[in-house]
Design a protein around this ligand. Structure first.
Ligand code: GLP
Length: 282
């Protein structure tokens, strides 16, 4: 896991968005896994800016959203369909047939979920998956107790999640109690995961996910098993990490971080040489 801590949400969002843009520029038909919630909004704003000002081209990009509320149609204001349209899709040149969001109104959930999984596979798998984290440590809508091998399916939302997400609805009673969500196993198959968290309310779940045991009671902790995860945090979300200073040191001294002293240069040479011979020394 690579942890990057930024002073402010805006800075963290801009760097994460740049990483996504670099992927799109390198692979124009990249497959992105998209998340909803307030946390990725800064990333979406920045991607829209890059599209408008720098010509970032989404025309061949394919997207898959993590989840949708059961019972809400694409026109419902609180649906994730509507969210994605409002915050990203309508502002960039994504091709509509290349965007996928689970259906909250299908008549056959098992068949739809199986199709969604097949569709991801047919597109070659997800290159980069954006993730937020719930107050109870969930990723997508994989609530505590979800199998760490789970696939796309129908899930009952935890009470804490219903309360957390009530802010997006007129009344708490309007929050659906079921959702269709990619599974933890589905998410772990993405080639690169970006976990974003901002604010003090995320400090505890982030500490559990990063420093706690891998457990189904905090499904974000399953990311510890993934070979390529970047965690983007602002200072507030990093506030409960015991290993805060350790992660700062590691991030500042990444092999690709700019350094000038000889000790560092020798180390890099050794790493490069090891790479040449195929031997991993670190
Ligand atoms: C919902 C979504 C998650 C998201 C979480 C946190 O539960 N299903 O994907 O990570 O909300 O949302 P926020 O970023 O608004 O805190």
């Amino acid at each position: 896991m690579e942890l990057l801590i930024y002073p402010r949400y805006e800075e963290m969002s801009a760097v994460a968005a740049r990483q996504i843009a670099d992927l799109i520029n390198a692979k124009p038909d990249a497959v992105l896994g998209l998340a909803t919630g307030s946390t990725p909004l800064g990333v979406y704003r920045e991607l829209v800016r890059m599209h408008l000002e720098e010509g970032l081209d989404f025309s061949e990009v394919r997207t898959f959203n993590l989840d949708e509320y059961v019972g809400l149609g694409p026109q419902d204001r609180q649906s994730y369909h509507c969210f994605m349209h409002e915050h990203l899709f309508q502002h960039v040149n994504l091709t509509p047939r290349n965007t996928h969001i689970p259906s909250g109104t299908t008549r056959n959930y098992p068949a739809f979920c199986a199709w969604y999984e097949r569709r991801i596979e047919d597109c070659g798998g997800i290159d980069l998956q954006i993730l937020g984290i719930g107050g109870d440590g969930h990723i997508a809508f994989n609530e505590p107790g979800s199998s760490l091998a789970s696939r796309t399916r129908l899930k009952t939302l935890a009470r804490e999640t219903i309360e957390d997400n009530a802010r997006f609805f007129d009344r708490k009673e309007d929050v659906p109690i079921y959702a269709i969500t990619m599974g933890v196993g589905t998410i772990l198959e993405a080639r690169h995961c970006l976990l974003l968290a901002s604010g003090t309310s995320k400090a505890h779940p982030i500490a559990q996910a990063v420093e706690g045991p891998v457990t189904a009671m905090c499904t974000a902790s399953a990311l510890q098993l993934h070979p390529h995860v970047t965690v983007y945090l602002d200072e507030a979300a990093a506030g409960a990490l015991v290993s805060h200073e350790h992660h700062r040191w590691i991030a500042a001294n990444r092999p690709n971080a700019p350094r000038t002293d000889t000790w560092w240069q020798n180390t890099v040479d050794a790493v490069e040489y090891a790479g040449d011979t195929g031997v991993h020394q670190r």
